[in-house]
Every structure is written in C-alpha cells, then in structure tokens.
Design a protein around this ligand. Sequence first.
Ligand code: URA
Length: 447
Amino acid sequence: MTINRPDARPNVYRPYDLILKKRNGGTLDADELRYLVDGFVSGEIPDYQVSAFLMAVFFRGMDEAETAALTMAMAESGQVLDLRDIAPEAVDKHSTGGVGDKTSLVLIPLVAACGVRVAKMSGRGLGHTGGTIDKLESFPGFNTSLTRERFLECVTRAGAAINGQTGELAPADAKLYALRDVTATVDCIPLIASSIMSKKIAGGAHGIVLDVKVGSGAFMDTLDRARTLARTMVGIGRSVGRRAVAVISNMDEPLGLAVGNAIEVREALDTLAGRGPDDLRRLCLALGTEMLILAGKAGEAGEARRRLEEALASREALRRFRAMVEAQGGDASLVDDPERLPKAAHQVPVEAPVDGFVQAIEAREIGVAAMHLGAGRARKGDPIDLAVGVLLRKKVGDRVRTGEPLAVALANKTETIPAAVDRVKAAYRLGPRPPAPRPLIEDVIRE
Ligand code: URA
C-alpha cells in the first residue's frame, strides 16, 4: 500500500529568489523547499539553478527544521510505502557505506529471527564500496527487482526481504545525487543526511538504525564529522516523527576479512553459523540491539542481546537467511553448501615485507584493489565478477613475520593481479610495536 504525497504547492516562487536567499545565509521554509524539489523532479527548474542552490547549501548549511523539510520534500517526491499491515514495527537499518560491509546480510535475518519483520531496500556497489544487492546475486536466481506486491509477500513469507532501490521511491534523491556528484557537493552533511533519511522514510520505516562509518574507508573521516552527521540524521527523525538511533562504527580497516561479493556472502553465512569474524559479529549485535529495542521486541539492551545471541546459537537466523533466499527465487542449496558459491581461479598471497605489527589497513585502498580485480564497478552499470576480491589474513593489531601472507588476492583475470597486489601491500602499514587499540563502536547517538 502507498500513501499519496500531498498536493504540489502553487507555483508562487522564483528559483532565483530562493537561491539568493540561501546564498545570503537565509533559511528556506518547507513550501519553498518543496517548490524547488518538485520543480527539479518535474524538469521545470533546470540543473544549473539546482546546482547553484546545492552549492549555496554547501557553504551556508541548513538548520534542523530546514534539513527535515528538505528530507520530507525528497521522501514525498515519489511513492511512500506504508508497511503497517505487514510489519507494524517497520524498523530499517542503513549504513553510510564502507569496505567489507556485509552487515545487512547477517543483521536482517538475525533480527527477523527475533520477530522483527524487515522490508529492506539496498543498493549496488560503486567505486571502492560494495553493495548488498550485488552480493545477493551470488545466489543464482535471486530476484532483487521484485514488484512492490511480491516484495511485501516475501517479507510476510520469510520474515525479511531485501530488494533493489526502485526509481519510484524518493526519485528526487537519485536526481539530486547525480547532480551533487558532478558539482562537488556530495560532501555536505545536510545533503547527505537528507539523502539517506528521505530513502528510509519513503521505504516506510518508522524506526531507523543508522550505522555511521568513520575512518579511512568512510565518507566521514573524523569522529567529529561522523557525530555531526549522526546527530543531524537523528534530529531529522525527531522533527518528522520517526525514531532514529545512530551507531558510529570504526572503518579504519575493512569490516571482517572478506572484501568482494561471493566471499562476503560466505563470511556472512559463517557469522550466521556462529563462526564469523569478531568485529562483524559485534557490530551486528550492536545494531541488532538497537533494532530490537526500536521495534519494541526488547525492553533493554541486555535482553535484546540475549535474544540475538540465542538466534545465532540456535541457527534460527541462518534458517531465516535461507528462507529469504528461497522466497526471492535464489538457489537456497548454496546456503547449506557455500563451497559451491562462485570461486576465483587464482589465489595470490600478498606477503609482509618486514616483521612487525599491523598498525592500519587503508580500507579505501583494499576496496579499490577489489574493484580493479573486478569485484566492483568504476561506473554505474559496469559488469562485476562475483567470485573475485581480497581476503585479509591479518587485521590491525596482528603480528606478522616477513613473507607471511597479509592478504590473498582472488582473481579470474591474470592481468588484474599485479596492480591489485601492489595496492593491497601499500594499504598495510606495519610497525615495530602493537598499535593502541581503537573501539569498534565509537559512539551511539540517541534522541
Ligand atoms: N549515502 C547516501 O545515500 N546519500 C549520500 O548523500 C551519501 C551517502
């Protein structure tokens, strides 16, 4: 079911005046912002005026009410899903994007196993970051272009479903993002916050758990900026009647050990079976705790955590994942036998040049190496190779000996190997002493 967006506002403004107002540090109201967004989506306001507006926002910023109004204008630029009939708690999760981030593959079936129904909209990978939709296509037949009716049917059947972002939801965001991308206005907190929150609101979420990544592989490279983005998004939630919690998590090294597509699916399956890497498991438990509380399935963190751990130990979460693959038409027998997931022809170790301890692993560089091996795309629409990627053997804090493998490059095309190996080697910083430990969860921002 969808809710119709409110009627478009009368055409009483001039784009020039609104650009001037913002350029001079003024505050735009909800009607003015809706006029700009609707006019841009309909094609009445040209790219060059919206570009000027975005640049004015970049330099002047937006206050909380203004950011919330922009978010709602974007959310209501297309369909807004109403999930109340099938998922009364309607809790969703969003990550600001990182390297090796297969969290959704674990978290969605995990919370579904605890009784939270999730209709999750996800994207494809671009540049150094991967996308959940690409990873799920490791299961032959897995349909990530479900119609709205089939999507909701899958949620009802399996308790959770993951579908590709459709152009019907928040079309203003897709158009604005494409313009930001070519006008140097991506890196702007009110624009990032409204972009993310508009998609979640259009997707029907009433409770939103945000995984805000901070570090070398993330959009936000300092804790201060990550906190500001987190507070801005939680503030939007407060202003528009949605409950939002932001978990700020470290992305100074890739999450888990696998960076690619099929290899990330394997790692997610391992985690669902109780054998995954410690950082991935801990992050999923932290995000799952917030989701269970927002959904009203647990009263406090201790209770939420116990339920999540039980769902992992009993393998109910893994069964949910299998049910989700089956409901969406994928070959679920691969869940029982992950050895049959796509595999690369070549495995090339990347050896440590000296003895020492791993001080840092540039997540972005590992992501770019995986992309060059074929796991990601430089441009939207490029084909990808599901089997290839980078498998880390050492993480930050680990001791290494000269010649020991730091990581393994998984390749199908031999010509992609030398540059990827060099990049992975350069991504590792080694030093004589163990580094000071950094927390995985840096902060949690609540209302
Ligand atoms: N992710 C989004 O969805 N939008 C942005 O603007 C940045 C990251």
